[in-house]
Design a protein around this ligand. Structure first.
Ligand code: ZN
Length: 148
């Protein structure tokens, strides 16, 4: 059941990724690269003076998993504080490597829990976490992030 939801969600976001654009006036930008798969993307955020992420977007090319993950991430980040974004990064990373069981442990992941089975496919984990590492790098003012 969950596998089916996962596949449908990935395909749908791959077909029509949300916030797939260069964000004009972005305050935080980073470039992420996953040489293992060839995923290559940029993450943009506009953080206001109150520390709220007003907008998040991405562009680039990559496999369906990397694009779907980035698309869902930009949706999840909108309206979050930087501290909340860092918490989500931490939770998503743990989910992707199988250390967080969303059914059993409290979390803020919401729809992002569709990725909860991905730890069973180690080669795909880096695809799923690429945009998140890139977002985290952008908040830390790191310009380029590689999964290697
Ligand atoms: Zn990939």
């Amino acid at each position: 059941m969950r596998d089916e939801l996962y596949q449908q969600t990935i395909l749908e976001h791959n077909r029509s990724p949300r916030n797939f654009k260069k964000l004009e006036g972005a305050t935080h930008v980073a470039e992420g690269y996953n040489p293992l798969c060839g995923d290559h993307l940029w993450v943009y955020m506009k953080v206001n003076a109150g520390g709220i992420i007003e907008e998040a977007a991405f562009e680039g090319s990559g496999c369906a998993i990397s694009k779907a993950s980035a698309s869902m991430m930009t949706m999840a980040l909108k309206g979050k504080t930087i501290a909340e974004a860092n918490l989500l990064f931490d939770e998503f990373h743990k989910l992707a490597i199988g250390e967080l069981k969303p059914d059993q442990q409290p979390n803020h992941l919401g729809k992002l829990t569709v990725f909860s089975g991905i730890w069973q496919y180690p080669a795909r984990v880096k695809c799923a976490v690429l945009s998140w590492h890139t977002m985290h790098g952008a908040l830390e003012k790191t310009k380029t992030v590689s999964t290697e």
